[in-house]
Design a protein around this ligand. Structure first.
Ligand code: NAD
Ligand code: UFG
Length: 342
């Protein structure tokens, strides 16, 4: 069975490629490398001892997408490709709508042309906006608070409309909570360009001595210790969620929606402590103002995915911190130095 992975060179995509190859799927990756490096795919091959096909191609170019479908008989698409920085999306919304929405429309049109109608889409817990209660279930009301979130919500709606018009589509909307961690080999991991926006890569840069301290965005939230609470999920657990979703798609379920989270919330300070334990280093931090747009707490009810897919997250916060630190130590400059012992 052959799977096209858009955005497969990226953080979640590369980990998913490993698990797909481990399960003996054939893998074709389409990525324009706008936020990733082809080195990640070399490492994927190295970890698994298996090969995959790579197309450096852009979803904004329909001809480039079509050439992949001409060359390969694709059974299903896992669609990770997209821009994902919330703050940047506020500054340049048109870039986000163009890339994430137009890119997805091109992909769907080409899939339709080639009669490939199975797709797994990377959605996000951001589509729940500021939830009225916790834990969050899939049938909670949806809203978007920034252009990035709106691209996720709009894409979910587009996919629902596509299914309404043609019931031969099978579509899984996977709403990720907060992916962190890295493959336990330390060969692949999250490699943000510049100063990270997200908590885990930021803490790991502080632990490594590249940044002086963590800025904790507010300690006056209505949470256990006043800092923000999130459902951090190990990226390998998340990748395995996709592996469990594919067989479901082949049962012709129509549109299915699952939260991929652990169901357990941890605070920013708990995360810092977890990294201190994993790295054996003291991690300096400073309480600063709240970050505009942040919510106090967010964690999933992951029961539906357990019941219908037989999937649940197994890795602990200690695993997330240990594996992030292992990746950071072995790759201080991410994929940029490379080619060495990794
Ligand atoms: P990432 O940036 O590491 O991976 C995305 C990949 O898509 C990159 O390799 C990038 O080069 C590629 N890409 C972007 N635009 C493209 C285009 N027009 N054509 C071809 N390739 C393109 O991000 P990630 O963390 O692996 O996220 C994967 C998906 O999951 C994204 O859709 C993201 O919005 C979603 N998601 C991520 C998080 C998170 O916190 N990491 C949370 C929820 C949802
Ligand atoms: N935080 C800090 N300091 C930092 C970075 C973050 O205190 O330097 C805090 C935030 O205030 C928040 C928590 O750490 O309380 C997590 O923040 P992240 O930026 O790591 O993650 P978010 O929950 O804000 O958002 C992430 C992705 C979104 C995605 C969402 C749900 O960035 O794209 O998870 O999946 F939609």
């Amino acid at each position: 069975m052959k799977i096209l992975v858009t955005g497969g060179a990226g953080y979640i995509g590369s980990h998913t490629c490993v698990e797909l190859l481990n399960e003996n799927y054939e893998v074709v990756v389409l990525d324009n490398l706008s936020n990733s490096s082809e080195e990640s795919l070399t490492r994927v091959k190295n970890i698994t001892g298996k090969s995959l096909e790579f197309y450096k191609a852009d979803l904004l170019d329909k001809k480039e997408i079509a050439s992949v479908f001409q060359d390969h008989k694709i059974d299903s698409v896992i669609h990770f490709a997209g821009l994902k920085a919330v703050g940047e999306s506020v500054l340049v919304p048109l870039k986000y709508f163009h890339n994430n929405i137009s890119g997805t429309l091109n992909l769907l049109e080409v899939m339709d042309d080639f009669n490939v109608k199975n797709i797994v889409f990377s959605s996000s817990a951001t589509v729940y906006g500021n939830p009225a209660s916790l834990p969050i279930k899939e049938d909670f009301p949806l809203s978007a608070t920034n252009p990035y979130g709106r691209t996720k919500l709009m894409t979910e709606e587009i996919l629902q409309d596509v299914y309404c018009s043609d019931k031969s589509w099978n579509i899984a909307l996977l709403r990720y909570f907060n992916p962190v961690g890295a493959h336990e080999s330390g060969k692949i991991g999250e490699d943000p360009f510049g100063i990270p926006n997200n908590l885990a890569p930021y803490i790991s840069r502080v632990a490594a001595g590249f940044l002086p301290r963590v800025n904790v965005f507010g300690n006056d939230y209505d949470t256990l210790d006043g800092t923000g609470v999130r459902d951090f999920i190990h990226v390998v657990d998340l990748a395995l969620g996709h592996i469990k979703t594919l067989p479901k798609l082949f049962t012709n379920p129509g549109v299915v929606i699952y939260n991929l989270g652990t169901g357990q919330g941890y605070s920013v300070l708990e995360m810092i402590k977890g990294f201190e334990a994993a790295s054996g280093k003291t991690i300096p931090y400073k309480i600063t103002d709240r970050r505009p747009g942040d919510i106090a707490a967010c964690f999933a009810d992951p029961f539906k995915a357990k019941k219908e897919l037989g999937w649940e997250a197994n890795k602990t916060l200690a695993d997330m911190c240990t594996d992030t630190w292992n990746w950071q130590k072995k790759n201080p400059d991410g994929y940029r130095e490379s080619q060495g012992e990794n």
